[in-house]
Design a protein around this ligand. Structure first.
Ligand code: AVI
Length: 328
């Protein structure tokens, strides 16, 4: 029997609000302050991200949409050529507007599969469970709300079939290259030989196009970043004065790293729980990375992490790629 005090501590550690608080404290105590961009996605953040995807400077959504609208049949044909019955797990499903094209194709060929959308936002999963059955009545759907690997583990418990894992929208770009390598290796460990990964990468292109996508003229991306300060005020009782921070996006065409920061506009103190954080004037908080890749870099990554790259699907401008990788 577990000691009741330890029980309480384990429960506190697993409480999402407590984990959020601990992560924030860790990030703002670091020499170079940072926050984890996975916390962008509260209800307000989800809505802002929807607006980003609709704004004209943010090209990745349209590019990937074009790929899936026009090439889903070929993608599914390729997947089917590996001759197995796949269940589909989508990591970071969002509103599934892209994957719906793949699901449609799969349903036409053989409706005997289950779609497991995974998302960190409970809100997103609830919406999907309401909206998808209206669009695809014959789809067997089981939403999973949580972290990618915990939910992949859940999916493996729920289904012993081969997996087609979707990791689209360039979500992988929100890891550093080192984290991405680790992520792919870990992902590979949850999969079996013959399983397939369909993963999207935003490709290197003219630096100005990339920078503009993260610095839209309406200021939606700016509000998306600042919203995390609001979230800490609302959920953790922090006292950020949002008007005293500025959004600063950067892109380094050498490394392909597109990074955004919030910059403190004055010397100030912020209180969160029992902690006080000092911000010097011009001090940055590193908020997010959105890594851009060359095609060669995606192939190296596959080979280094236990996958075999089998095909690449591009949009017409070749700004984005959806890669099909086979678990070898
Ligand atoms: C979710 N992710 C792929 C987006 C991106 O492009 O990195 C998040 C985003 N951040 C600012 N704009 C969009």
């Amino acid at each position: 029997v577990m000691n009741p005090l330890l029980c309480k501590r384990v429960a506190a550690l697993q409480d999402p609000q407590e984990v959020f608080y601990q992560d924030v404290v860790r990030g703002l105590t670091a020499t170079n302050k940072y926050l984890d961009s996975k916390y962008f996605y509260d209800t307000k953040g989800d809505a802002l991200f929807q607006q980003i995807m609709n704004c004209h400077e943010y090209y990745p959504t349209n590019c990937e949409m074009e790929i899936l609208r026009e090439q889903s049949a070929q993608i599914i044909q390729l997947v089917q050529s590996y001759g197995r019955q796949f269940d589909v797990v989508e990591l970071g499903a969002g509103d599934a507007t892209k994957s719906i094209h793949l699901l449609e194709q799969l349903l036409q060929i053989d409706p005997d599969f289950t779609y497991y959308p995974v998302d960190i936002s409970g809100n997103v999963i609830h919406q999907l469970e309401r909206s998808l059955p209206e669009k695809l009545p014959s789809l067997q759907l089981h939403g999973l709300n949580g972290e990618y690997f915990e939910m992949l583990h859940q999916a493996n418990i729920l289904s012993s079939r081969s997996k087609l894992v979707l990791c689209m929208g360039g979500n992988i770009g929100n890891f550093t290259p080192a984290e991405t390598k680790k992520f792919c290796r870990q992902l590979r460990n949850y999969l079996q030989p013959g399983d397939i990964l369909l993963t999207g990468f935003d490709l290197k292109k003219h630096p100005q196009i990339i920078l503009n996508a993260y610095n839209d003229s309406e200021g939606i991306t700016r509000n998306f970043n600042l919203n995390l300060l609001h979230r800490m005020n609302n959920e953790l009782g922090a006292d950020f004065d949002i008007s005293k921070f500025d959004h600063y996006p950067t892109y380094d065409p050498g490394t392909g790293a597109c990074k955004s920061y919030l910059v403190s506009l004055e010397n100030q103190q912020v209180h969160i729980g029992t902690h006080t954080f000092d911000f010097a004037v011009h001090e940055p908080i590193y908020m997010e990375i959105s890594q851009k890749y060359s095609l060669a870099e995606t192939e190296t990554l596959a080979l280094q992490t236990g996958f075999k790259p089998v095909a690449n699907f591009f949009d017409e401008k070749r700004w984005f790629v959806d890669c099909v990788w086979l678990c070898s």
